[in-house]
Structure formats: structure tokens, C-alpha cells
Design a protein around this ligand. Structure first.
Ligand SMILES: Cc1ncc(COP(=O)(O)O)c(C=O)c1O
Length: 464
């Protein structure tokens, strides 16, 4: 496209191909600073530990050693107490030992090795301490602090995007979904979730659910899966507690095998949010991304959560014998032929074509930063960061859409899907609402996604 085209399109207010491509990719225009400061200070510690182990040659270090590492860490933090990030690193040590019961040497050793990236991810699904920390974070943010009866197994991924690809892929490979299956999608939905099921590989028959009444469609056991984005985008609304209960009852009584895939990336912006992973833990594959809340799309941090008590493992166990044998062959290099491999471990193996699964997993520095984001929220007892995020979004909900937002208007079919009723969905809490005239859904096309990036002037301390 040449400059003339761009000018003409801008005059006509037509979206350019570039804005069309990024319309569904809301990139926050703020970042959480303290967890990053903690990451960089942690890097200094990791390198000091490395040099302590091996300083024979200039420019070469060793791999941090575990015995007494937490004592050296405390001494390091005391010596650097005025450095940015030291406070969070100290609070985190306190939190993981007192609240999560982690061994301090194991925690510090995992962090020090991770920040310098000295090894392959082990376990490949997720590092041990990091998993416990992110689990606590998901219980706080996705389950309104109510722990599930059985824990979730987590798989750290390269953002929510990779998580979704892995879920679709493994569900097909392991017979949980078949080409042409009937699936339901709660509309409106993140546009790729409408596009993926239509790919030839899947060719799913799609039922769209637009309102509370539509939930009854899920009572049909021939509907194999439900996909939803909760809170949705656009518009920024979440499934109401009443509809969550109705959905849970339908699944319990009529369609107990339903697979629910819930993308909850915007849940963290809402006080007391409850995901379907909390309401229907046996049936739900939870997908969470750190991208939006912490302004870290460039880090690529996401997680898949599957409860240890789940319908997916049961369905795999009940597959016809021939299909089970074929799957045993597929995974034989990592299981010695047994068929007891859980779905979550199949996801990890499939993410690297099984053959490369010994080098699978999210990079260690990514997991270190993910743990620090989670610890930043877990140690923020007054949820002050959440209040700040809500404060950033609130005026955007009230303001008329700026030009940039107008340009990122989704395609007509995506807009046509924005017909949710108030019975099914509740608006975000009062803090996020415009003061006048909330109409149940149409605030700023682009929803939460669109509100994350704004053209309005920002306050800069440098200029103030
Ligand atoms: C609903 C939803 N899910 C997932 C993503 C992608 O998340 P990630 O950056 O973690 O890949 C987006 C990005 O805009 C989104 O809006």
C-alpha cells in the first residue's frame, strides 16, 4: 500500500489492512514496572551466584549451587535494599515460605538458575516453584480466592496464543474432538476463535450462544465443546453468576462430558472474578495470559490450567482399544508404552511433536518473570495495582472513542455478534463503568482489548 492509499483511507476513515490485522490484538499502553525491576535485580544475583561457582576464566561462570543459596540471597538483598525491585524480591521470599510452604533454598535456586537461563526447563510442563506460585495466583484471580477441591496442573506456554494452539492440537490428536464435531461458541468472541474452528482440519459445526436462553443448547450431548472468552471482548462484560450457575447445572445434569475451553485473559481486571475453571473444574481447560494485565505482550507469558480431577483423562481412558493402541505408540518414547499419560502431559509432548519433548517447555527467564508477576499480585494485599489498572480503564470507558479506536473497528460480522443480553452478562464492577448510561454492552467497540491502548495524552512525570 502506498502513502496515497493511506491518506485516502484515513480521510474516508477506512481501516487499513494493518489496522485490520491488529484490531483483535489489544496491546496495553502501560506496563507493570516493579516486577520487571525485580527481574533485573534478580539477574544481578543470578550472575553473582554463577561467578561464585566458577570464576576460573574471564567471562565464564558456572551454574548456581543450591546449598545455603537463600542465605546468600537475603545477604544480597540486604546489601541492595535501596535498589528498585529489592522490596518485591524480599516480600516474595517471605510469601513463598510462609504462605506456600516452599523450601527457601529450592525457591531461590530455581529463580537464580531461571533468570540466567542455565538449563532446559525441568519439569518441562512448568518449574516446580513457579507452578505453585502461579497456581496460587490463579486461585486468587480466577477463582475469587476459593481453592478447588483438587489442584490444577499447569503448563506454562508462550502466551495465550500458543496455549490455544496446543489445546486444539492435542484435543484432536487424543480423540477429544473430531473433525466435523458440533461445538458451541459464546459470542461475541476473540475473532480467531471463530476462524480456527472453520479451518479444514477441524471443520467444526458451530452453534453460537448469544444469551442466557441459548445456554440450554448445551444440554445436547452431541455438542462436544464450548469455547468462551470471559470477560468477553468486545464488549467488556462477563458471564453473570446466575448464568454461571445455570451453565454448571446444564453440564452436570445433561452434558457431563462437555469440554469447556475458557480464555480468561481479561478476568484479572475484575474484582472477585470467577472463571469457568472454578465453577466447572472437571470440564474446563483454563487459558490465562499475563499479556494484558501486566502489559507484557512481548514476554509471551501464558498458562493452561487443567484440574487433576477432569473429564479429559476419563475420555482418553474410554477410547476404543485400537485408538488407544495408536496413541500408546505415539507417546511410547516418553511413557515406555503405558497408556496412563495424562492429557496435560500429552499437551506438553504434542507441543514439541513428541519426539522433541525432552527439550519442551517455556524458557526459564520467561518463567522467572511470570513468577515475579504472579508474586507481585499475590503480595499486593490491598490490590493497589488492580485499582490503578481499573483507574486507567475507567475514563476510557466513559470517553468518546478516539480516532485510533474508530480505525480498529472489527469487521461487521464481529460487530453483529455483540448482541448480548444483560440477563446473561453482568457489567464489570462499578469502578470500571461509565458514570452515565451504561447500556449493557456497547462501550467502545474493541471491548477491553480496545481500551488497553489509548491515544489520549498521558501524564508524564518528566514533563510535569
Ligand atoms: C481474548 C484474547 N485471548 C488471547 C489473546 C492473546 O494473548 P497472548 O498475548 O497471551 O497470546 C488476546 C489478544 O488480544 C485476546 O484478546
Amino acid at each position: 500500500m502506498n502513502v496515497g492509499d493511506i491518506v485516502t483511507r484515513a480521510r474516508k476513515r477506512e481501516p487499513s489492512p494493518e489496522t485490520m490485522l491488529t484490531a483483535d490484538r489489544g496491546n496495553p499502553d502501560w506496563i507493570a514496572t516493579e516486577p520487571r525491576e525485580a527481574f533485573f535485580l534478580l539477574g544481578k544475583f543470578g550472575l553473582a551466584e554463577s561467578r561464585l561457582v566458577w570464576d576460573e576464566w574471564e567471562g565464564v561462570g558456572g551454574m548456581p549451587s543450591k546449598p545455603h543459596i537463600h542465605e546468600r540471597y537475603v545477604a544480597f538483598l540486604q546489601g541492595n535494599r535501596d535498589e528498585p525491585g529489592a522490596g518485591l524480591l524480599m516480600r516474595s521470599l517471605d510469601y513463598v515460605t510462609n504462605m506456600l510452604g516452599l523450601d527457601p533454598d529450592a525457591f531461590v535456586h530455581e529463580l537464580a538458575g531461571s533468570v540466567i537461563g542455565d538449563n532446559y526447563p525441568a519439569p518441562d510442563r512448568m518449574l516446580r516453584c513457579c507452578e505453585k506460585i502461579v497456581h496460587a495466583y490463579l486461585v486468587k484471580e480466577m477463582c475469587a480466592s476459593k481453592p478447588p477441591a483438587r489442584p490444577y496442573d499447569l503448563f506454562a506456554t508462550e502466551g495465550g496464543t500458543a496455549a490455544m494452539c496446543y489445546v486444539f492440537d492435542s484435543a484432536m490428536i487424543n480423540g477429544l474432538l473430531k473433525r466435523g464435531d458440533k461445538i458451541a461458541i459464546m459470542a461475541p468472541v476473540f475473532r480467531p476463535y471463530l476462524e480456527i474452528p472453520r479451518l479444514d482440519r477441524y471443520s467444526f459445526a458451530i452453534t453460537e450462544i448469544h444469551d442466557d436462553a441459548g445456554l440450554t443448547e448445551l444440554a445436547d450431548p452431541s455438542i462436544k465443546a464450548l469455547f468462551c472468552v470471559n470477560p468477553s471482548s468486545p464488549p467488556p462484560v462477563m458471564i453473570s453468576p446466575a448464568s454461571l450457575n445455570k451453565l454448571a447445572a446444564i453440564v452436570r445434569d445433561n452434558n457431563p462430558g462437555l469440554a469447556v475451553i475458557s480464555d480468561d485473559v481479561y478476568g484479572t481486571f475484575v474484582d472477585g472474578f470467577r472463571s469457568l475453571m472454578s465453577v466447572l473444574p472437571r470440564n474446563t481447560i483454563g487459558v490465562y495470559s499475563f499479556s494484558k494485565y501486566f502489559g507484557c505482550t512481548g514476554w509471551r507469558l501464558g498458562v493452561i490450567a487443567i484440574n487433576q480431577d477432569n473429564v479429559f483423562d476419563e475420555k482418553i481412558a474410554a477410547l476404543p482399544a485400537a485408538q488407544k493402541r495408536a496413541l500408546q505408540r505415539r507417546y511410547s518414547s516418553i511413557t515406555l508404552g503405558q497408556d496412563r499419560l495424562r492429557f496435560v502431559d500429552r499437551l506438553v509432548a504434542d507441543s514439541r511433536q513428541v519426539a522433541l519433548s525432552r527439550t519442551a517447555g517455556l524458557s526459564l527467564p520467561q518463567q522467572a518473570q511470570m513468577a515475579l508477576f504472579a508474586l507481585f499480585a499475590l503480595t499486593d494485599s490491598g490490590d493497589s495495582y488492580k485499582r490503578v489498572c481499573q483507574g486507567i480503564l475507567a475514563p476510557r470507558l466513559q470517553a468518546p472513542r478516539p480516532e485510533a479506536q474508530a480505525n480498529s473497528t472489527p469487521r461487521p460480522e464481529a460487530q453483529a455478534n455483540s448482541t448480548l443480553t444483560r440477563e446473561m452478562l453482568v457489567p464489570p464492577p462499578r469502578k470500571l463503568l461509565p458514570r452515565r448510561g451504561y447500556t449493557g454492552g456497547g462501550v467502545g467497540v474493541g471491548g477491553v482489548c480496545g481500551l488497553l491502548c489509548w491515544d489520549a495524552p498521558r501524564v508524564s512525570r518528566a514533563k510535569a
